[in-house]
Design a protein around this ligand. Structure first.
Ligand SMILES: Nc1nc2c(ncn2[C@@H]2O[C@H](COP(=O)(O)OP(=O)(O)OP(=O)(O)O)[C@@H](O)[C@H]2O)c(=O)[nH]1
Ligand SMILES: [Mg+2]
Length: 177
């Protein structure tokens, strides 16, 4: 089964960091990696990581492609294409930025018709949280979605986020056939 998962969020939210860490965690499962094009640490085009894994329950072989969207506004067309071919989304919420900014990035998903597909929220940069009640606010905002706290740069919460979105995507597939 082929699955595509998109990591979306504000520029600098930690999308690429998630893929870098997953690459380390799933070293033995790497299929390929191309299209990475960065300039001074920013994703210019897009990142992609492909994994060959098996489901634990019924041993189904999965080919999972993970993408990140570039933060820059000028890749609207690429985004439109990407967003049209996605099975699940990780919304990387940047806890070091305010809610309004993050919600603007979230609104882009709705614009592209991705609001009804499986979605997991990663509350990233949890190390920069001054106030734990902020996390509660994020949970309230995304009521109905899983919110996984993470410090992507340390690899914390990265695998949990990926497993959660995979679980939700597979559940959705099982329901829709
Ligand atoms: N403090 C902290 N910094 C983080 C964390 N995760 C990522 N960063 C840093 O945030 C910056 C941006 O991370 P990237 O992964 O490149 O972000 P991105 O979302 O891919 O950014 P664009 O490709 O420009 O959209 C880098 O300097 C990372 O080291 C985290 O959990 N905590
Ligand atoms: Mg990036």
């Amino acid at each position: 089964m082929r699955l595509r998962i998109l990591y979306h969020g504000l520029g600098m939210a930690g999308k690429t960091t998630n893929l870098e860490k997953l690459k380390e965690i799933y070293t033995g499962y790497l299929s390929d990696r191309f299209h990475q094009q960065t300039q001074e640490g920013r994703t210019v085009y897009l990142d992609m990581l492909a994994l060959n894994i098996k489901t634990r329950k019924n041993d189904i072989e999965l080919y999972v492609e993970l993408f990140t969207t570039p933060g820059q506004e000028r890749f609207k067309l690429l985004r439109k294409w990407l967003f049209g071919h996605v099975d699940g989304v990780v919304f990387v919420f940047d806890c070091s930025r305010n809610v309004e900014e993050n919600l603007r990035a979230y609104a882009e998903l709705e614009e592209y018709g991705l609001s009804s597909i499986p979605l997991v929220v990663q509350a990233n940069k949890a190390d920069l949280l001054k106030d734990q009640s902020f996390l509660e606010e994020v949970r309230r905002l995304f009521n109905g979605h899983q919110v996984v706290p993470a410090v992507a740069i340390e690899g914390i919460g990265v695998a949990e986020t990926f497993r959660e979105v995979l679980r939700e995507v597979l559940n959705a597939k099982a329901v829709t056939g």
